[in-house]
Design a protein around this ligand. Structure first.
Ligand SMILES: [Cu+2]
Length: 121
């Protein structure tokens, strides 16, 4: 079981996980609502490319494999729902909060991005 915590503005989670079906739980410890979306980065796309794109708020088209899930929490809430993800060995997943902040800024652009590397089997 993996606990992910959203703060204003960062996501706290392990940097590395073992492959296989994994339960994710989510808490917003911030003063505003947060979410964590979990998406697998496409094979061959460098992490630096993904980070640069997300920090700019660019369209994520082409960066991730299809299919992702997300958990949403109000401030101070640990949601009862959990997300099950079958983590593939050797791949990297992005945990991200894409909620809007002020203006054209998203929480991701303020730092709510956290890559997770999955160990090879
Ligand atoms: Cu957020």
């Amino acid at each position: 079981m993996v606990e992910v915590t959203g703060r204003d503005y960062a996501l706290t989670a392990p940097d590395t996980l073992a492959p296989g079906v994994t339960r994710f739980h989510f808490t917003s410890a911030g003063s505003v609502a947060h979410e964590v979306a979990i998406a697998r980065i496409k094979d061959g796309v460098p992490l630096a490319t993904v980070l640069a794109s997300e920090f700019k708020g660019a369209d994520p088209e082409g960066l991730y494999d299809p299919g992702e899930g997300l958990l949403f929490a109000e401030p101070g809430q640990r949601v009862d729902a959990e997300l099950l993800v079958d983590l593939k060995p050797g791949r990297t997943y992005m945990l991200i909060c894409t909620l809007d902040a002020k203006g054209d800024t998203t929480h991701a652009m303020l730092g709510m991005l956290h890559p997770v590397h999955v160990c090879a089997r």
